[in-house]
Every structure is written in structure tokens, then in C-alpha cells.
Design a protein around this ligand. Sequence first.
Ligand code: ADP
Ligand code: MG
Length: 368
Amino acid sequence: MKPARGMNPGDADHLVAALVSGQAPNSDEVITVWYAESAVGEREITVDQTNRSVIVGDRAVVKWLLHTDTAGHPAPARLQALVDAGFTAMPRPWGLLHQRDSQTGALKLSAIVTEYLPGTQDGWEWAVADVRAHVRGEESGALNAPIELGVLTAQMHVALSRTGISDATEAQAQSWYAAAGQDLAEAISLVDGDEGARLRPLESRIQQCLHPISECVGTPLIDVHGDLHVGQILRTNAPYAYHVTDFDGNPLQTAVERMQQQPAARDVAGMLASLDHVGRVVIHRTPDVDAAKVVSWIVMAQEIFLDNYRDELNRADAGHLLDERLLGPFQVQQECREFVYSVKHLPHWRYVPDAALPALLDRLETPA
Ligand code: ADP
Ligand code: MG
């Protein structure tokens, strides 16, 4: 098999040069250019990642996609929509590289080039540090970040919705409901040990909570981020600015699934779940932490995020994009996915859904 594109030294430098010149690096390749400037000198990003990202000249990041195929990819259309709408809370997109399949002629996305933001951290670093400081009574961004995240998420959805809004069909509602049931079944069958023993008795409560998904026919659908959580939010050094990255969609889904429109609630639930997860990480990793304080931060942060999300949607006259009925069910489904993900890819992560899911069910079952 041919090695994946982007594995050779110099490939990222050449791609940036190609964007500047407007000429694709090879005859079987096609480039899209939104912006480009000269930059040379490659340096690998070494954090935990699914793809291979290379920093070029401290100006650009070339993300070589290691698992794409000709079925398509969600990022190109989403980045285009965000660029067109003037959305700026993301690393500026520079361009794309597609490769043409020699047999079928179909295009396959091989790289995404964006502006490099020096000195940023992702939310698994900055939010965890913020919350740790907050519960120790120190000054931190722990209560301001959820405001910014709410506004950013709403602005992103308003921008993405400009390319079109559709209504969920009965078939879509049923397929999402079935998928959520499958995530639950998979979690129940895969999670063993103490966590499994705690999860299994929750099954019928989880099923109850998932039920509204089956009734969401007609709910508005837009292009979403698809994998929104604090780890996708890069924050600069103070004064803090927040940037959303990684429009690849949910890594557990097929390309075709990732390209489909979804309820805005999918992303909102993803972010709500991850705020909870930040709290669980802080509790787990901080000696002598006051867990009750962290739990009250979780509840507060989620409320602040959601209030600001709603307000910003309403400011854009787009309040109808959020179907509130789906927030709880999608968060519950997300916890099931976290269990499955932990079993398959990240064993030590299990403690997170193990702590988050029962607390979530309790919150959802308590009348407002
Ligand atoms: P993957 O899909 O492989 O997870 P991401 O696009 O989420 O790749 O990027 C992985 C990591 O690379 C991020 O968490 C962040 O630390 C870093 N990173 C990505 N894009 C940028 C950027 N534009 N500027 C600075 N760092 C970035
Ligand atoms: Mg990522």
C-alpha cells in the first residue's frame, strides 16, 4: 500500500508553498485556498491526536488526515460556511488538499491547513486548571469561560445554519433513536468490573431518558460541529480568546454519517457533557479536592453555558435552532459513547462516565 500522504519530511512545507502559489503540489491533487502566506520549517504537534498535525514556520498547521476516503468529509463545507459568514472564533482556515483517486477520479481530502495559534492550550488543560484554581478560591476563568463558550457555540451554529436548515424526517428520528439504543447496548455489553456493575442497573432509566429522540420528527437540522467538547476549544494566553477547532465530526461515525445535518442540540449536549467531564477530571486528579465544590461548579458552568448559548441564538433571531427536548437525551447518549470509547481506546477514561452518568440521570429526573 502507498504510504499516507503527508508522511514525508517537507510535505507540509510544500503544501503551504502550493497554497501561496495557487498550484497543487502534484498533478493528481487539487487545492482550495482561503488565505496563504509564506512559511517554512516543520515541527510536529505531539499531543494526543487522531491525525498528524505539523506546524509550519510557526504560522500554519497542516493536519494530514490519516483515515479519510472518497465518501467525503464534513470539514470542507463547514469551514467554507464559517468563512463565508465571517465567523472568526477559530484558527483562520488557509486551505485544503484533495487527492484524486486514480481509478474512479473521486476526490479524497488529505490535508487541512489553518493558522497556527501559538501559546494556546486545549480545554482539557485550561479548563481543568481553571476549575482547580476556582475550587481553591483562586482567581480563574472558571465562570467566565462558560459564557464565552455559550456565545461562541451559538455564533458558530448561526453561521453554519446559513447554508440551510432542514426538518428531521420520521426515518431520521428513528435512526438516531436506534443509534442511541445501540450505544447503550454496546456500553452495557462492553463495560465490565465495578463500572459495569454500576452501569447495568441504570439501563431502564437510561432508556427512559433516550425516548424523546424517537419523537423529534420535524426538529430543525443544521450542519453542526459534530464533536464539540472543551478539548476542541483552544484558548490563548491572557487576554483569553477562545477558538474552536477540528471540524472532522464524530470519530466513531462513518464519513457519510458525519456529513449529515443534525439538531444543534447535538453540539450543545456535547459541550454540556464535557463541562461535567472537566469536573470529574479535577476530582479524580486533585489530591484533597473539595468534590462538592467541583460538583457545584459543574452545575453552574452548565447553566451559564446554556443561558449564554440561548441568549446569543435569540439575539440572532435563531432561537428556533435549539430543540431543548433533545439536550438531556443527547447528553445521556454521549455518556454511553464515552463508556464505549473508553473501553475501545482510552481505558483510564472509564471513571469519567462512571461518575457523570448517574449524576446526569438524577438531574434529568428531578422536576425543574
Ligand atoms: P485531531 O483530530 O488529530 O485530534 P485537532 O485538530 O483536534 O486534531 O488538533 C490536535 C491538537 O493540536 C489540538 O488539541 C491542539 O493542541 C493542537 N492544535 C490544533 N490546531 C491548532 C492551531 N491552529 N494552533 C495551535 N495548536 C493547534
Ligand atoms: Mg481534536
